[in-house]
Design a protein around this ligand. Sequence first.
Ligand SMILES: Nc1ncnc2c1ncn2[C@@H]1O[C@H](COP(=O)(O)OP(=O)(O)O)[C@@H](O)[C@H]1O
Ligand SMILES: [Mg+2]
Length: 245
Amino acid sequence: MSAAPPQSVLVRAHEVSKSFHSGAIDADALHDVSIEVRTGELALLMGPSGSGKTTLLYILSGLMRPTSGDVELCGVTITRHSDKVSAEVRRRHVGFIFQTYNLFPALSALDNVAEVSVMKGAPRHEAHARATDILTRVGLGDRLRHRPGELSGGQRQRVAIARALAGEPTLIVGDEPTGALDKNTGYAIVQLLRDQVSEARGVLLVTHDLRLRRFADRIIEIDDGRIVADSPVTQSGQALERDHA
Ligand SMILES: Nc1ncnc2c1ncn2[C@@H]1O[C@H](COP(=O)(O)OP(=O)(O)O)[C@@H](O)[C@H]1O
Ligand SMILES: [Mg+2]
């Protein structure tokens, strides 16, 4: 048996803070958050509503800039670069599953997914073949020509997941990707995401669902904008207690 390949860091937040200013009100969403997600792992980010999960995912993926701190995404310190560079790194490396799906309403499920490969330069017939394969794997092989408005919430979520996979991302990020799915469909989807983990790839998912711990290599807990725990999960599914001081 060969040794496990060394893990490398896919994304690293270093002392990231974020404040939102609206009128006279300041909301401090993140305080000095430092985390890493590596290749070969599926990490879950858990925490109560309003604790900063979505804000952190957006910052890690280059969709939002922190107020202070640095983010290194796939080898590039995006916080030290322009929005254009940041967007390019994201487009090349990140598959983001939005909580609200963000599908193109006028396009079929097939075109929503195929568009990602087309934008990356694939010929249209290849993009369609690939999109058909991925949609079939998420259980939507019989919904290829449907538009988002003709699909249920759970089906739209699966199109969003298929779209995130279509770009062959290095890092897959999902904001409650099983939120609209029933238990069994949710498990199947997380298993599918789990299957994407490899020596070159990693997955970071926000979830409220404690039952998904069984799929995780690492559980990061956030509360009120602060990381309160970051622990590997043992084979028995128990998170090792290694709380931050
Ligand atoms: N665009 C925004 N403007 C102002 N406040 C925001 C904005 N986005 C998030 N917040 C605030 O930041 C905090 C964290 O929000 P969020 O990251 O959405 O939490 P979660 O995803 O864990 O529910 C909350 O207090 C929320 O109200
Ligand atoms: Mg959220």
